[in-house]
Design a binder for this molecule. Sequence first.
Ligand code: SAH
Length: 220
Amino acid sequence: MIADPRGIGMTSQRTRDRLIQRLQERGIKNIHLLAVMRQCPRHLFVDEALASRAYEDTALPIGLGQTISQPYIVARMTEILLQDGPRNKVLEIGTGSGYQTAVLSALVPRVFSVERIAPLLKQARERFYELKLNNIRLKHSDGSWGWPENGPYDGIIVTCGAEQIPPTLLEQLAPGGRLVIPVGGSKGQILKVIDRVGGKFEETEWDAVSFVPLLSGQIG
Ligand code: SAH
């Protein structure tokens, strides 16, 4: 559970419940995930000026040209990632606000997350500290390289759009592991799922999505 240290704050439980109802209407079924998202204080992951819009099902700006993902997309990708097998250790590429990371941290024993923009990472770190989410490890780096020292991972989730699937991420998947990644250019991507089955990688295509691009190098 993710306890909001400031109480329910400026957003009523009814507003949050309405968001969860919408996620269910759109087909999200994982009850543990829905319970976590019902209770996760998304308004703490955006600027105070945007807090009143935090429980709308939309992406919102988080500064530095980046966005906090739309709740439906967070739910959809998390549901897909957690299906078909235990995921004890998960790597996320693109920490951003930290919202997706926080949702994962309530569902998975160990979460690793990599972000290329230092000020975003710092802010996310402060949020995790305040929310007492202590199973998250963060790294300032270009996530195209993954985080080999802690691999292999049972799940890898990429929350920015990649032109191609970075081969290094495939190498860091454990047997039975699953990679969820938006693949395509700036005009939009397809959500792809790659499962490591024995010595092979099996790829399936899911929804059309629209993420900020995966960029190389690091800032700050
Ligand atoms: N999961 C985040 C999504 C943030 S937007 C959230 O819910 O808030 C995507 C993030 O990916 C941005 O913060 C961007 O800086 C980051 N990103 C883009 N390319 C990256 C790369 N190569 N390595 C690590 N992070 C990257």
